[in-house]
Design a protein around this ligand. Structure first.
Ligand code: NAD
Ligand code: AHE
Ligand code: ZN
Length: 369
């Protein structure tokens, strides 16, 4: 079938709006009509060429929601008409990773996903006979996409696509990092570096679990007001601090943060995030994605003296199990997604969404089909 997609033809070039050919789902796959998709910084990261797994030409996008329209042979857990959120972290419930109950990083299809193809090693997308690669197993910058059955979460049918699409990445990543990865407890002091779509959801999660001080750090003062609305208690602009930022944060938290979260993808900030943690017990969670070749460093003494460095992917969430619950939280008014959506636009304007992100003027742009 012909579908409408934004195609990443080459590194660093604007996406091209094209009519693309999509093959039907094969065994174990489903066809989903994407109704809305957010634009996450990770899409921009891959388009920039910084992603070692970046592969072109491809269809980016991983923060979507839509309606399942067709199933391939053998698909049993979902059916046409189901409302779904695509999962870049699938949940097969059978691999050693899923069965361990120690991680959400299902590995059932991770290798082919990273190569931009479906589990059978082929792509469903092409443009005038030329193969297009899938991205993160989701490719939501298309009004239809094909996904493995294990990579969709079935959600309630009354949830608005143009809001709950954000649960496909930003919301689950931020709140999940607090709840699942760090397991922040009531009364804890939290420092959040980067107040974009991820950082705001860390703040929202920290408030939800009853954190005490919630300190937000961002170079862009325009991020302050919304972060306060989500529960930030103190704002720090590193450019306005005289002297050392880490020392300032340690003082502000009476000895160091119980938990810190890096939501930028900057390896220097990752070090600051670890080192502002409390001696003996502070836990720092890396969420931001750094470019190819970049490495983190610190004095081992920081860890010897009890600080813990962790990372979190998709907020540690097991998608098919946890995503429907997060949708319920939104529908029950427990979490706020509406204020994250700063811009809504059709797919033809998707390059504006990247411009707004780079200028620091958006939290999330949502593309509606
Ligand atoms: P964003 O662009 O919306 O937000 C980034 C924020 O960081 C901006 O507000 C910016 O002003 C701020 N910032 C930039 N440099 C800074 C610095 N040196 N000090 C302080 N603030 C600074 O991005 P986002 O969509 O929120 O994504 C944030 C990061 O999280 C990206 O690296 C993205 O790839 C990553 N991410 C990771 C996961 C995961 O599962 N681990 C999921 C989603 C996104
Ligand atoms: N491809 C990059 C890594 C990118 C990355 O870390 N992705 C996160 C999700 S970001 C969503 O916005 C993730 O889930 N990682 C776990 C995984 O298995 O990819 C690289 O460095 O190669
Ligand atoms: Zn993302």
């Amino acid at each position: 079938m012909d579908v409408k997609a934004a195609v990443a033809l080459e590194v660093g070039k604007p996406l091209a709006i094209e009519t693309v050919q999509l093959e039907p789902p094969k065994a174990g796959e489903v066809l989903v009509e994407i109704k809305a998709t957010g634009v996450c910084h990770t899409d921009a990261y891959t388009l920039s060429g910084a992603d070692p797994e970046g592969i072109f030409p491809s269809i980016l996008g991983h923060e979507g929601a839509g309606v399942l329209v067709e199933v391939g042979e053998g698909v049993k857990s979902v059916a046409p008409g189901d409302h779904v959120i695509p999962l870049y972290t699938p949940e097969c419930r059978q691999c050693a990773y899923c069965l361990s109950m120690k991680t959400n990083l299902c590995q059932a299809i991770r290798a082919t996903q990273g190569q931009g193809v479906m589990p059978d090693g082929t792509s469903r997308f092409s443009l005038d006979g030329q193969k297009l690669f899938h991205y993160m197993g989701t490719s939501t910058f298309s009004n239809y996409t094909v996904l493995p059955e294990i990579a969709v979460a079935k959600i309630r049918s009354d949830a608005p696509f143009d809001k709950v699409c954000l649960i496909g990445c930003g919301v689950t990543t931020g709140i999940g990092a607090v709840v699942n990865t760090a397991k922040v407890e009531p009364g804890a002091n939290v420092v959040v570096f980067g107040l974009g779509g991820i950082g705001l959801n860390v703040i929202q999660g920290a408030k939800m679990v009853g954190a005490s001080k919630i300190i937000g750090v961002d170079l862009n003062p325009a991020k302050r007001a919304l972060a306060e609305k989500y529960g930030m208690t103190h704002f720090v602009n590193p450019q306005e601090i005289e002297g050392d930022l880490v020392a300032h944060l340690v003082e502000l938290t009476d000895g160091g943060a119980d938990y810190s979260f890096e939501c930028i993808g900057n390896v220097k900030v990752m070090r600051q995030a670890l080192e502002c943690c409390h001696k003996g017990w502070g836990v720092s969670v890396i969420i931001g994605v750094a470019g190819a070749g970049e490495e983190i460093s610190t004095r081992p003494f920081q860890l010897v003296t009890g600080r813990v460095w962790k990372g979190s992917a998709f907020g540690g969430a097991r998608g098919r199990t946890d995503v429907p619950t997060i949708v319920d939280w939104y529908m029950e008014g427990k979490i706020n997604l509406d204020d994250l959506v700063t811009h809504v636009m059709p797919i033809d304007k998707i390059n504006d969404a990247f411009d707004l992100m780079h200028k620091g003027e958006s939290i999330r742009s949502v593309i509606t089909f």
